[in-house]
Design a protein around this ligand. Structure first.
Ligand code: HEM
Length: 386
């Protein structure tokens, strides 16, 4: 190895450093390799239309962002998988989730670029894509798996074997994409499962799930909260009723509010197959954190919950935006990947949610001044009492 000797008065006292080739932008970014990748199935750039280069480039840009999203989500998942998540780690987790949200927001606006392609522009090269499709994007599948989308929640799309089989090579063997997706499944506990576990451990009124009196404390909080909620719901119903113009409207309003009340009751009494007592505590903990978010030790947990909802909202917007772009490009015809096209994409936008409880408690939240004081507020201050 070449060694460069430092010059100047201190030269004799310094340790020689290896001589290193100065970094260049093109080497660091791998510019030549990167710009050689937009040829699609053609042998050279000259044989491919600008429209097709646009199509390939936009997909590649998304895949690069998916790669970073996946890294951030895995890191967040790993943090929440630990048996104890230190308070000081939470702001870092929120930063990661916010980065994912920002990237997804950019991805959404990126669809505008592909919309410069007209239907006929796209049809001019579409046939050669069959049976390939964005449906085979293993990174989107990995993101869904890391987040916690379960197989039974996926929309069937007509092909035998579902999304994993769609990643087989044409000769039926496992592709690299398929193996990577299977490896991600094997990584185990997802981010939403880890968040559930973290919420489950969250002390309610200062009492954790393993502490004596845990069940009593949980019931006390829920009874208190549901009374507060019922009072708030009555106020809202009476305001709505005061605007009713006839008896039909009165009946309709009454029905809406009593249905809402019933669904809130059911939400805190999930059946065994929906998680039973465990799920009840997780939901109550999320609500507790949201209700008393001004307390110092609950402020960051609340930011975590809010960032998860914000991120999932953006992922949903991404799916909806893709569906509208597709509808504009190809109408309602079947996709190259074999799904019903837009109809399939719209279903995924509606159904693919993993943080359902965090969304649900938005329906339940009440004004700060309407929530009774909690027992043991000092437990959630920075300085624990002597
Ligand atoms: C002219 C542009 C596009 C059209 C017409 C189009 C069309 C479609 C259709 C019809 C599907 C459903 C699967 C199928 O049957 O093929 C699909 C899925 C998908 N597309 Fe696109 N797409 C376009 C651009 C993009 C871009 C730029 C991306 C960016 C990554 C993308 C990513 C995906 C993904 C990830 C899926 C799978 C969605 C899921 O299964 O949840 N597509 N696309």
């Amino acid at each position: 190895m070449l060694l460069a000797w430092p010059k100047g008065p201190l030269a004799d006292t310094l340790i020689p450093v290896p001589e290193k080739k100065p970094t260049t932008y093109w080497d660091y970014i791998k510019l030549e390799q990167l710009t050689a990748l937009q040829g699609g199935l053609a042998d050279s750039d000259e044989e491919i239309s600008n429209d097709e280069v646009l199509f390939i480039t936009v997909h590649q840009i998304f895949e690069l962002w998916f790669k970073l999203i996946l890294k951030e989500l895995r890191a967040t998942r790993d943090l929440f998988r630990s048996p104890r998540v230190a308070e000081q780690e939470l702001s870092g987790a929120v930063r990661k989730l916010k980065r994912v949200t920002t990237i997804l927001r950019r991805c959404v606006s990126h669809f505008e670029v592909i919309e410069t392609l007209t239907t006929r522009d796209y049809l001019s090269f579409r046939d050669k894509l069959f049976p390939a499709s964005g449906f085979q994007s293993r990174q989107l599948r990995q993101i869904e798996i890391v987040l916690g989308l379960r197989d039974e929640e996926r929309i069937p799309f007509g092909s035998e074997g579902g999304y994993v089989a769609a990643l087989k090579e044409p000769d039926g063997t496992a592709s690299v994409s398929m193996r990577k997706v299977q490896e991600t499944v094997a990584e185990g506990e997802s981010l939403s499962e880890a968040i559930d576990e973290w919420l489950f451990r969250t002390p309610i009124d200062g009492i954790g799930p393993e502490d004596p009196g845990a069940a009593i404390a949980l019931d006390r909080f829920l009874t208190r909260f549901l009374e507060n909620y019922a009072a708030e719901s009555d106020i809202a119903r009476n305001i709505a009723l005061s605007h009713a113009r006839n008896q039909d409207e009165v009946r309709r309003i009454d029905e809406i509010y009593s249905d809402e009340r019933a669904s809130v009751g059911a939400f805190f009494n999930p059946a065994e197959k929906k998680g039973g007592e465990r799920r009840r505590r997780i939901r109550a903990a999320a609500l507790f954190v949201e209700t008393y978010r001004e307390l110092p030790l609950l402020a960051w947990p609340r930011e975590v919950l809010d960032s998860l909802v914000e991120m999932e909202q953006q992922l949903t917007v991404f799916r909806q935006r893709h569906a509208r772009m597709v509808e504009r490009a190809i109408g309602r015809r079947a996709g190259t990947g074999g799904t019903a096209g837009v109809a399939y994409l719209d279903k995924t936008a509606l159904k693919y949610r993993v943080f359902k409880d965090l969304w649900a408690i938005r329906t339940l939240q009440i004004r700060r001044e309407a929530a009774s004081d909690l027992d043991n507020p000092d437990y959630y201050s920075f300085l624990q009492p002597e």
